[in-house]
Design a protein around this ligand. Structure first.
Ligand code: SF4
Length: 331
């Protein structure tokens, strides 16, 4: 068994300092991903800093939007009155993820940080550049059914497993982090990264930084009526997405004033469909409009041996989610 030190600080600055002192230190929040990885021997920390007593749980309105503390649980966020009323896409996406028990434990910060569910990442006997840089990628020639369509590299074709992240990127959220050099804000779209030559890095957070909150902008509240989160998975509960789509439309007089569209299960990061969003703007709400948007969204997609089916599944999911969000059909 790996021996580790366990700390439970009361102040954010103390938690950050403990991280700076030893690079093999991990923050523990809900533990729904980290504890699994520790049990499997994938992560062997020297020090575990339990951050659950830090004052990072609040959900509150600000002058620019809605502040969500990094330690707010997924359940609290999904059921929060302001979020259900003004950012319902986020509630739908969170409730599509995991199980009620996991959502009670999992936190917003932890959801941002969760690792891929590529099976080779968890199998210590297989090569995996994400787990062990330079060892190779077993998924490239392996069973790559769950893997990426967009933005992959010859080093890694894994996908980000989160549902929450898909809605967050569609809503233009901002991630607030704190480190020894002070606080900074990162656009949600820039928080997760593509694998490139360094798939060992999932995101742009520095090793000595802590996520303190996520902010939803007030501008996203115009997308509070016509929304849908469609998640296609192998079973109806407690499974990761093969493909998911977060769709939000601002519609006036049957015309699309604005669109927010993002996909999950298709890339190393939540995949925002900005070109399709631009196409949708000003168009009428018709099935044909949505079919054209899906064609645009799929440009550049590349499948591997076992995930060819996603090339058909993904555009169909986009069309269906837009039809449901717009009210053309019911869920
Ligand atoms: Fe590892 Fe990424 Fe390859 Fe999976 S796809 S085996 S996570 S390098």
């Amino acid at each position: 068994m790996n021996q580790f030190q366990y700390l439970k600080p009361l102040e954010t600055s103390v938690a950050i300092k403990s991280l700076t002192k030893d690079p093999n230190t991990h923050f523990l929040a809900g533990g729904t991903n980290l504890v699994d990885m520790m049990k499997m021997g994938l992560v062997t920390p020297h020090k575990l800093v339990d951050i659950n007593r830090l004052p990072l749980k609040s959900i509150a309105k600000t002058s620019t939007g809605l502040h969500i503390g990094a330690l707010a649980s997924n359940s609290e966020v999904a059921e929060h009155g302001d979020i259900k009323a003004n950012y319902p896409l986020l509630s739908l996406a969170i409730n599509a993820g995991a199980s009620p028990q996991l959502r009670n434990m999992a936190t917003v910060g932890g959801n941002l940080m969760q690792r891929t569910r590529c099976p080779y990442f968890f199998d210590l006997t297989m090569p995996c550049n994400k787990r062990l840089p330079g060892s190779g990628c077993a998924a490239l020639a392996g069973y790559n059914r769950m893997h990426a369509l967009f933005g992959a590299s010859d080093k890694c074709i894994a996908v980000n497993p989160s549902d929450m992240n898909v809605a967050m990127v569609a809503l233009d959220a901002v991630v607030h982090v704190s480190g020894p050099k002070g606080a900074r804000a990162i656009k949600f779209a820039d928080f997760h990264r593509l694998p490139g030559d360094h798939p060992e890095f999932d995101n742009t957070l520095q090793k000595d930084e802590l996520i303190t909150s996520v902010e939803l902008p007030a501008s996203a509240t115009s997308f509070n009526k016509h929304v849908y989160y469609l998640k296609i998975r192998d079973r109806t509960s407690y499974a990761f997405a093969l493909v998911s789509v977060a769709a939000a439309l601002h519609i006036e007089n049957n015309a699309i004033v604005g669109a927010r569209l993002a996909m999950g299960g298709v890339a190393h990061k939540p995949w925002r469909l900005t070109t399709a969003e631009a196409f949708l703007k000003g168009k009428s709400v018709t099935e044909d409009t949505f079919k054209q948007a899906a064609l645009i969204a799929m440009q550049g997609a590349k499948a591997y041996e076992y995930n060819q089916f996603k090339l058909k599944l993904a555009p169909n999911a986009i069309i269906q989610s837009l039809k449901i969000a717009s009210g053309l059909v019911t869920a």
